[in-house]
Design a binder for this molecule. Structure first.
Ligand code: ATP
Length: 355
């Protein structure tokens, strides 16, 4: 196991700077997910960690050693790629053991390590098959087995589940996380899928335009997003946003917008007159007889377990996730309520959280 530390990492391709001052410490044995939309720089950061891309500025340390100029082979890392990169002409056994073969380890050691990895990954019955004779999930596990036998200090994953269907993805999420719990190797995992990040990470590092915008545990990021960008990226269905203004009322403050009037929790640093964006997660909205948010039903979508009500609140499609029992007709007036402590407020200019 090993820690990974990025110190003011920067990256330019020619004259184009795509990353600046990325600083982050990943502790020994931690599972960190680099999350962000396409083009935010997460793959480039992973590739710099692996040594597949040069580092333009800053320092990268693995296990306390500066590795900026160290060959990928000597960095104590193992990488699992999106396309798995299995050798099609080699059986599963040889695919998993290939790096040991190259390192000229003894036949007995290779056999012992491949069988150990195969047992953990439930691949024992498939060792004599070729990759083309395996399902997507099995191929994915072979790619992991190949990384495991290298006994590297750091595992790097680049969107390893993106080629799988939804059900298998959910299954593999669980398997990778269980494997991590078993092996305890430091893991850096790149994805644009916030569900993967929320379900697997010890720590999420959310990126935007080559910068880290927030890092923390999944709960911290979900409960206290530090900007509208983060709030919008995390959570499904996405957070609702309403534009309004803070007003003083009876010694306290309220958020006001057409069709909306919500008290602001005491101690919030919102000033009367401040243009503000109100954020509410769909699961925090409840239908009531008369509530502080009113609109008309656009559509009710049933997901099976619950219903997503799309409510027009002053022209904004506002989503409430409610129990299946709520039966409403399109066009019907809907009143919604939210617990004051469940609201999120962002300054309309900076889009940063009002604490
Ligand atoms: P995706 O999920 O689409 O892979 P990403 O967040 O991993 O996105 P990167 O692949 O790291 O993003 O790319 C970050 C930025 O760097 C992008 O704007 C991309 O266009 C640019 N970039 C990446 N590789 C190169 C390259 N070889 N030459 C020039 N620009 C590049």
């Amino acid at each position: 196991m090993a820690s990974v530390e990025y110190k003011k990492i920067g990256k330019s391709f020619g004259s184009v700077e795509i990353m600046k001052d990325v600083s982050l410490r990943i502790e020994d044995g931690e599972f960190v997910v680099l999350l962000g939309p396409s083009g935010c720089g997460k793959t480039t950061l992973l590739r710099m960690t692996a040594g597949l891309e040069t580092i333009s500025s800053g320092e990268l340390e693995i296990a306390g050693r500066r590795v900026n100029d160290v060959h990928p082979r000597d960095r104590d890392i193992a990488m699992v790629f999106q396309n798995y990169a299995l050798y099609p002409t080699m059986k599963v056994f040889d695919n998993i053991g290939f790096s040991l073969e190259v390192a000229k380890r003894s036949k007995a050691e290779i056999k012992q390590k491949v069988e150990w990895a195969a047992a953990i990954l439930n691949l024992t019955p498939y060792l004599q098959r070729y990759p083309k004779e395996l399902s997507g999930g099995q191929r994915q596990r072979v790619a992991m087995g190949r990384a495991m036998v290298r006994e590297a200090g750091v595992f790097l994953f680049d969107e390893p589940l993106s080629n799988l269907d939804a059900k298998l993805r959910a299954h593999m999420r669980l398997e990778i996380r269980q494997l991590h719990n078993k092996l305890g190797a430091t893991t850096v995992y790149v994805t644009h899928d916030q569900i993967e990040a929320m379900t697997m990470a010890d720590k999420i590092v959310l990126m935007q335009g080559g910068r880290i915008v927030q890092m923390g545990s999944p709960d911290e990021i979900y409960e206290k997003p530090n900007s509208k960008y983060v709030a919008d990226f995390i959570g499904s269905p996405s957070m609702n946003f309403l534009d309004g203004e803070i007003a003083a009322e009876g010694g306290g403050a309220i958020f006001r917008a057409p069709g909306v009037s919500i008290p602001v929790p005491a101690g919030t640093a919102a000033r009367p007159g401040q243009k503000t964006i109100l954020g509410i997660r769909p699961n925090d909205l409840k239908v009531t007889g008369s509530g502080p948010i009113s609109g008309r039903l656009i559509l009710a979508e049933t997901t099976g377990s619950d219903v997503h009500l799309h409510v027009d609140v002053d022209g904004r499609d506002t989503v409430a996730v409610v129990p299946r029992a709520e039966r409403l007709q399109p066009g019907a007036p809907v009143s919604l309520t939210v617990a004051p402590e469940a609201i999120h407020l962002f300054d309309a200019g900076t889009e940063l959280r009002i604490g």
